[in-house]
Write a protein that binds this ligand. Structure first.
Ligand code: PCA
Length: 337
């Protein structure tokens, strides 16, 4: 497969901190490494390009702008300091919210501000599926990357990656928050960062099927669900990406084929992995625009559709992990800021 090119970023010091461990870790990782593949014997050769970001608006958009201008990496690992953390923290979601307790290094002091007009964006790695035994340290998985420059950076980068026409899905990108050096030393953090890159690039244990599922809401916030014809379980409408088909294109095609709905795929909410028939289904939940027409049902696929209030979380017979996906929406995908 050749050497994979990885962008690793850290931040300069900010606020009361004279140093930032994410900067030291990033600079120390420059160059070639072989990282372990958690699912296979062979090591993965990588070459790390380190970049130190400023703790301001320019730092927050630097990586996104590099992507828009055509730079490409096989994976991106952003790192930043988390003052209150005891363990490294993997961020599953970037929130569409900036709310600063202290000014950033550019003097901005934003309160309850949206990053843009869209909503939260999820990382398309299902971190719950990582095996903690492959890591030299315990870690936390978080759904709250804060409301400062780290979260803002993650938001812009995920947004840039997911809005480009990768086939079928964009390269992995993760934000790793690391504790203060007195709680978790730089050597341990460097080792941990390399293990994360190994897990991001690792080969899956089974053949992978990329699946897209639509999050479509009506004006009242209800979510469109469809009942499968075969086992009468309820699911987010969608289906498999065809070979080399971009996930947004697949989403729009599936909705048009199954429900005759004309919608636009807007952003990725998150990814849930699920084993079925010896295959690993990677289900990407994608927020779509509201359709102007009512769904018309393809009886080969679905029996009926309904608009479901996620906050009620009524008991339904769910397909695969769709019930968990709905819980996630109820918890994290209501109103921004
Ligand atoms: N941590 C801050 C910004 C830069 C950093 O290293 C944060 O968590 O937002």
């Amino acid at each position: 497969m050749g050497t994979r090119r990885i962008l690793v970023t850290g931040f300069e010091p900010f606020g009361p901190h004279e140093s930032n461990p994410s900067q030291e870790v990033t600079l120390g990782l420059e160059g070639l490494h072989v990282v372990a593949d958690p699912n296979g014997g062979v090591g993965i050769e990588i070459e790390i390009t380190p970049r130190i970001l400023t703790v301001d608006r320019f730092g927050a958009i630097e990586t996104a702008e590099a992507l828009y201008s055509g730079e490409k990496w096989d994976a991106i690992l952003h790192m930043g300091l988390c003052e209150s953390c005891v363990l490294p923290r993997l961020e599953q979601r970037a929130q569409n919210c900036v709310n600063m307790r202290i000014p950033d290094n550019g003097g901005r002091m934003l309160k309850d501000t949206l990053v843009d007009e869209k909503g939260d964006i999820g990382c398309w790695i299902d971190l719950e599926m990582w095996d903690k035994n492959h890591f030299s340290s315990d870690y936390d998985i978080s759904f709250d990357a804060g409301t400062f420059v780290c979260n803002e950076t993650y938001y812009h980068t995920l947004h840039a990656l997911q809005s480009q026409l990768h086939k079928p899905i964009p390269p992995p990108c993760l934000f790793l928050h690391i504790p203060l050096a007195k709680r978790f030393d730089v050597k341990a953090a460097s080792q941990f960062a390399l293990e994360c890159i190994g897990a991001m690039l690792g080969s899956p244990q089974s053949p992978v099927v990329e699946v897209v599922a639509a999050l479509i809401r009506d004006d009242a916030g209800n979510v469109l669900l469809a009942q499968r014809e075969d086992d009468l379980t309820w699911e987010f409408p969608g289906g498999k990406c065809e070979k080399d088909e971009n996930w947004a294109v697949a989403m729009e095609r599936e909705l048009s084929e199954e429900l005759e709905l004309c919608v636009e795929a807007i952003r990725i909410i998150g990814t849930w992995e699920h084993f079925r028939d010896n295959k690993l289904l990677r289900i990407h939940l994608i927020a779509c625009t509201k359709p102007l027409e009512q769904p018309s049902i393809d009886p080969e696929v679905h029996r009926k559709v309904m608009w479901y209030d996620p906050l009620k979380l009524d008991d339904l017979n769910w397909t695969g992990r769709d019930g968990e996906m709905m819980e996630y929406i109820a918890k994290y995908n209501s109103v921004p800021c």
